[in-house]
Design a protein around this ligand. Structure first.
Ligand SMILES: Nc1ncnc2c1ncn2[C@@H]1O[C@H](COP(=O)(O)OP(=O)(O)OP(=O)(O)O)[C@@H](O)[C@H]1O
Ligand SMILES: [Mg+2]
Length: 369
């Protein structure tokens, strides 16, 4: 699918913006800082998922001194085109698809699918395990409500077990009650781990190929789920889980927290069999984060049957020229790509023939060429 046209009124620093001729392939928004590049990306995301990645307050996106903002887009999909309308009011918003008002936001979202890669995502590899766990939870949750249910149950049980551990530590209660929580933790925890293992394997297949392309055929990316349970036999996971909880009980009581389970797991990313977080260069870490996220494009394709639109906000300057070119080229071949950048240096050869270039200056966008 692709965004054919986009119109914004009183959105952020745009008084009135009309992009009528977006390319189904690569579109590059070039401009200095604070000119409105991310604002366009934000508008596209808003039309897709119904909320911004930068704020929870919709009113913040209405242009200063304006009463309301309107966003409109025409989306070309395989079977037909859709017109999406979104109005932001000081309190709440209104939406319509093909002129038919949608009462619930959930009936509006999903007509347009996007994958956004923003500068924050570069932390995926460099950051702590918590960030990678969150990545897994969010990505899996999008395609599996069952996973979200099991994860929520797990987190509830974990909280209860931890507070019980503390009470036992203070000798307020005995250890008998732990059995019930251990049992529940093992049930939900193994479901969470199983699903993550399955997802990581699928994601790896896609990410490997993407990474290979961006690195110019040089680097082999692989994922290794770090299970805090010592569990080589997956069919016995629940049983092993219970045994480990029992084995670690003394330590857990001392610490007042649970030492094994999916909340302690991590996803190790390797390039040519070496851990990227430790041994990778900055550029390799960035490329690996990018490949991980871009793999999502293929997952959506598998779910929805069509490629989503790719939004790359401000990531080009983080890569060398060769990687920039491989990235933009390989993505542009199959998905509509919207790229923002402060400079097109490194992409010059490619630009003139294969991409639409737009210059962004103080809330005004002009097409080049
Ligand atoms: N509600 C609003 N009304 C008017 N202007 C706004 C509003 N919200 C943000 N802006 C303006 O939008 C500009 C920032 O736009 P944006 O984040 O798109 O910049 P950018 O081109 O992506 O810059 P950078 O290269 O630094 O990321 C700021 O100058 C800000 O003052
Ligand atoms: Mg920006």
């Amino acid at each position: 699918m692709w965004i054919k046209r986009l119109e914004l009124r009183n959105f952020r620093n745009y008084d009135s913006l009309q992009l009528f001729d977006l390319s189904p392939r690569v579109n590059i928004l070039v401009g200095q800082n604070a000119q409105g590049k991310t604002n366009v990306v934000e508008a596209m995301l808003l039309l897709s998922v119904g909320k911004s990645h930068r704020t929870n307050k919709d009113a913040e996106m209405i242009r200063f001194e304006a009463d309301f903002a309107t966003l409109q887009a025409v989306i070309e999909r395989q079977e037909r085109a859709y017109r999406l309308d979104l109005t932001l009011l000081p309190k709440g918003k209104k939406s319509a698809v093909n002129g038919v008002e949608k009462r619930k936001m959930s009936d509006f979202v999903g007509h347009l699918n996007v994958v956004l890669f923003a500068p924050e995502d570069l932390q995926l590899i460099k950051g702590g395990p918590q960030q990678r766990r969150r990545f897994l939870d969010v990505e899996i949750g999008q395609v599996s409500p069952q996973y979200l249910y099991n994860l929520t149950q797990y987190q509830k049980v974990l909280l209860q077990r931890n507070s019980l551990l503390k009470e036992i530590g203070q000798r307020k209660v005995g250890e008998e009650m732990l059995m019930i929580w251990d049992d529940q933790l093992a049930v939900y925890g193994s479901k969470v781990i199983r699903k993550r293992l399955e997802f990581v394997e699928r994601l790896e297949g896609f990410a490997k190929e993407i990474h290979m392309r961006i690195s110019g055929g040089k680097e082999a990316l692989s994922f290794h789920y770090q299970n805090s349970l010592d569990c080589s036999d997956l069919t016995r996971m629940e049983e092993i889980y219970r045994e480990e909880l029992t084995a670690k009980r003394k330590v857990d009581i001392l610490r007042g927290s649970t030492s094994v389970g999916p909340h302690r797991d991590d996803l190790e990313v390797r390039i040519d069999e070496r851990k990227v977080q430790t041994f990778g260069s900055q550029g390799q870490q960035r490329t690996a984060s990018l490949s991980m996220k871009l793999a999502e494009i293929e997952l959506i394709k598998a779910e929805v049957g069509e490629y989503p639109v790719l939004l790359l906000d401000d990531v080009l300057s983080e890569l060398d020229e060769e990687r920039q070119l491989h990235l933009v080229k390989s993505m542009g071949e199959k998905v509509q790509t919207i790229v923002t950048t402060t400079t097109t240096f490194g992409l010059e050869h490619f630009l003139s023939e294969e991409a639409n270039v737009y210059r962004v200056e103080r809330g005004i966008i002009a097409k080049e060429g």
